[in-house]
Design a protein around this ligand. Structure first.
Ligand SMILES: [Zn+2]
Ligand SMILES: [Zn+2]
Length: 393
């Protein structure tokens, strides 16, 4: 039996809703989601200093966001009407249209930017809206076009659970950015050499971009392997490994402390070497896209490039609970690093995918709050590191 058959059977969604054209469910969901995002977008206009990300504000204009908001409202209303016309799931159509009306009541596409405050902090609501729109469009399209598990529904089990992680991780971008920008200058300024920084920043930006990937992935490797092999850290990372259904949003399931530590530490080498802002920004965009891609339900193996770049199949094996793949494939970008340190695992056949995903033994609790407290509980200490996914003997 080929390995994929077992996966397909075990992950078959028998009770989950599927989207079929003509039912009104697709249009209903699009209407509700775009309506909700429109309301949130209007709120961003009213309270920009509390709800939007300063770094992102520098990358877009108010007019561009107004145009996007207007388009979101038009499509939300149009899909709501279509849902009614199809005469099914009318409640979703009604909710979508109501949300659009609420966004209009809040000012709609002509909403003015609210008064400015010296806010003590912010949540990245604009980052959530924009990344959700872009990621959903790209990855749902690719997952439907090149599915690994064809039967897996978009609304697979735990989709709502992981969507809340997606929301939380985006809202907290200010906390992560604050930690990252404070930590390196505070603790690593001693390591800066002006001549070296001048040399690095004068290199072609492609070279600096590649340097950023290699150095960040080396740090990522060290952090990731530590989390797997040091007993104290494993329960924090086990939250990420509790995912049993892989798709683009599954990678968002991360204990609050994990992105806090990872994002703070991965860019330290770039800070010390003085890699320029542009290649560093391109690296951050690349890393964000690849994080979605490698968790996605896309059957891409990347052909001969699979030894150069981390593919969905490569990272799916990291999430496998099959014995042979446990504690393997730690990198986020470059499998060569795993190969050098002896943790590379990728069966030759491109059809060889994991049989099952998730932690082994004592299951993790469900829910963001319970999973937040899980690493500090007595039960978590019963899981030993090394072959960390197995319960203590
Ligand atoms: Zn891991
Ligand atoms: Zn992962």
């Amino acid at each position: 039996m080929p390995p994929t058959t077992g996966v397909r059977m075990s992950l078959l969604q028998t009770e989950e809703p599927y989207f079929r054209i003509g039912e009104g469910k697709i249009s209903g969901w699009i209407s509700v989601i775009l309506g909700a995002l429109s309301v949130l977008g209007v709120l961003c206009f009213h309270f920009p200093d509390f709800l939007t990300t300063p770094q992102l504000r520098a990358a877009y204009t108010v007019d561009e966001m107004r145009t996007l908001l207007g388009a979101g409202m038009i499509f939300s209303a149009a899909f709501g009407v279509v849902t009614f016309a199809l005469n099914r799931h009318k409640l979703m159509g009604a909710i979508g249209i109501s949300l659009t009306l609420l966004a209009m009541w809040g000012g709609g596409a002509s909403v003015q930017v609210g008064p400015r405050y010296a806010a003590p902090g912010y949540v990245g609501l604009d980052w959530f809206i924009l990344d959700l729109l872009l990621s959903a469009m790209i990855f749902i399209f690719l997952e439907k076009l090149f599915p690994h598990i064809r039967e897996q529904a978009i609304l697979r089990p735990d989709w709502w659970h992981d969507s809340r992680y997606f929301l939380l991780n985006h809202l907290l971008i200010g906390v992560y950015a604050f930690a990252a920008t404070m930590f390196a200058p505070t603790f690593f300024s001693w390591a800066i050499n002006a001549d070296l920084q001048h040399f690095v920043s004068s290199l072609p930006w492609v070279v600096q971009f590649v340097m950023a990937i290699v150095l960040a992935d080396l740090v990522e490797y060290a952090i990731h392997r530590t989390m797997h092999e040091v007993k104290f850290f494993w329960p924090i990372h086990a939250v990420h490994h509790s995912v049993e259904h892989m798709d683009w949003i599954a990678g968002s399931r991360l204990h609050f402390l994990e992105p806090l530590v990872t994002r703070t530490l991965v860019l330290i080498p770039a800070f010390i070497l003085g890699i320029a802002k542009e290649p560093l920004t391109v690296y951050i965009i690349f890393a964000g896209f690849q994080a979605g891609l490698i968790h996605s339900n896309i059957r891409w193996d990347l052909g001969p490039l699979k030894y150069v770049l981390c593919s969905p199949r490569y990272h799916h094996w990291h999430h496998s609970s099959d014995d042979e793949a446990i504690d393997k494939n730690y990198v986020a970008h470059l499998p060569a690093i795993d190969w050098v340190f002896g943790t590379f695992y990728l069966p030759k056949a491109s059809t060889a995918w994991p049989r099952k995903y998730g932690t082994i033994g004592i299951p993790l609790p469900k829910g963001i709050v319970r999973q937040f407290f899980y690493p500090f509980q007595e039960q978590a200490k019963k899981i030993r590191p090394g072959t960390a996914k197995k319960p203590a003997a």
